[in-house]
Design a protein around this ligand. Sequence first.
Ligand code: FAD
Length: 285
Amino acid sequence: MKITELFRKKELTLSFEVFPPKTAETFESVKSATEEVALLSPDYMSVTCGAGGSNAGFNLEIAENLLNKGHVTPIAHLTCVSAGKDAIDAQLSGFKMAGIENILALRGDIPEKGDYTCVFPHASDLTEYVKSKGDFCVGGACYPEGHPESPSQKEDIAFLKEKVEKGCEYLTTQMFFDNNILYSFLYKVLSAGINVPVVAGIMPVTNAKSIKRICGISGSQLPQRFLRIVDAFGEDETAMKQAGIAYATEQIIDLIANGVKHIHLYTMNKPEIARAIKSNLTGIL
Ligand code: FAD
């Protein structure tokens, strides 16, 4: 099913993101973790990919397995940085043959070292191309705190509008840890005339060691309230896990109570965390 059709049919949705393996050696363990996540019956699951199409084959295989064995609607992420047109075409025909109807069109992070070429310099260019190549439902990324490369949020939102005008049918947000940041972003997005559904991306932070890395990559800020939790429980694995699950649960409940309709959980391939949060939301989502 196309994600836009799902959004028309279901008022509230809960979806999960997983990532594919980087190497063939870990393929089976990653595949089984994604299958376990699928057993939680999310409304859909998205499968990330490496920038430059480094693990494009695994991305397709995991998404196809979720569709056929997991019986869950998959979204395959597709990046265009460093990718030639032939490589993009090959990935698109792979998706088509596998029956994958949904694509999250992304630029990908610019490599820190070495030269790179981009046939499609921005996600909006990729979006336009994918829309011209077949009957795919195409989504894109957005950044409630602004994309790290953007000089201003105003400019970032103007480019977001261009992405939507070029065919992006819904947006999924970068993680955020303070819901007020999302509410203010949604207001600005609507004011800019962007009317597609915005899916709130929630990252349960259950391990103190990963926090710096996660925030470094995403550019997301951690509020004092969360930092105090890390101070108190960061050294204790079990306590930090429980606190991270509780924090993400509370964020989701507040979002739904304030009218946000679509929640996307970054599961980091950890079925037990997705299961705990889903169970906390019984009767709500
Ligand atoms: P764009 O929309 O192209 O934006 C990138 C920057 O360019 C922004 O600063 C924007 O303001 C600016 N810009 C846009 N259009 C123009 C224009 N016409 N002229 C000038 N500037 C412009 N990365 C992966 O490698 N694999 C994944 O699977 C993956 N999944 C993600 C899923 C989500 C939900 C999110 C939020 C991010 C994901 N990323 C992933 C990270 C993403 O690839 C990076 O954040 C990347 O740096 C930007 O990608 P984008 O698609 O948002 O790019």
